[in-house]
Write a protein that binds this ligand. Sequence first.
Ligand SMILES: NC(=[NH2+])NCCC[C@H](N)C(=O)O
Ligand SMILES: [Mn+2]
Ligand SMILES: [Mn+2]
Length: 328
Amino acid sequence: MTTSPINQRYLPKQDEVGVIAVGFSGGQPKVGVDDGPQVLIDSGLLTQLSQDLGYKLFGDDKVNLYRELLPQSENADPPFRNMKNPLAASAVTRRIAQQTYEHSVQGRIALTLGGDHSIAIGTIAGTAKATRERLGREIGVIWVDAHSDINTPESSDSGNIHGMPVAFLTGIAKEEREEYFGWLKEDMLLNHRKLVYIGLRDVDAGEKRILREYGIKAFSMFDIDRHGIGRVVEMALAHIGADTPIHLSFDVDALDPQWAPSTGTPVRGGLTLREGDYICESVHETGNLIAVDLVEVNPYLASDEKGKQETIRAGSSLVRCALGESLL
Ligand SMILES: NC(=[NH2+])NCCC[C@H](N)C(=O)O
Ligand SMILES: [Mn+2]
Ligand SMILES: [Mn+2]
């Protein structure tokens, strides 16, 4: 496969990583996913990135809780268009967009540790804007997940915003009011033709309609069984285009619960850890990686300590692979 890296001057500073540790769980109802970044950091992930992989780290060494942005009480943040915790999610993701923007516009790889997947509204908005400014181009997104997270507020059965980020980011869901994601402006949006999914196996009926209507590229577990992970990743990268800055958004629930049981919405029949690592390694190998999100690690949901540790180890392995650990 020919995936020649984009023009040298377009490359991120490949030795600098901007870390955003996001302790936010308001995109879904289960407590604990806000402790995801802390357990990943406690496991030594950031030390490994600097000491073993040689990255210069910038940004957070402690987890953002965004307390000052959160509404005072749940009563102060009633559902809006069926969305739960809309003011909190909007305010926090707006701030995350600023944080990723600041790293990305300087050419650092933006690494975001979540937190539930609603936070990708911020991370992708930030890198999309920074990349337009810095390089004059659109980003591509590889979204690795059991779910497509492309519900609109109206199509969602749950009202959980972590099932909606892609709809807002592509402009498929729109909202004018500033405090309800109206701050997402044109230059922060993602072209739905530059989006590709890998690992899908639990997609709502309304989401399937959206994927079909917009012709969005998606590789489900069926496709991985049919073609093998090597061919699927090759096709996914070809869809994004060889000359495109890539934002990798990895939901740990893409992995089979055997490898990552400690997550809010586990779905059986998923990727092996090795397949997940392979996706990350392949994206690294393109030389076009500009950002990584690792989300939905909830340390309190495994049935035992072993499941919790496995999930943390898997999540941190995915991040290290995306940053080039296992390539010789
Ligand atoms: N990021 C996730 N784990 N998303 C799960 C979403 C589940 C379901 N489709 C919903 O919209 O509520
Ligand atoms: Mn998911
Ligand atoms: Mn997700």
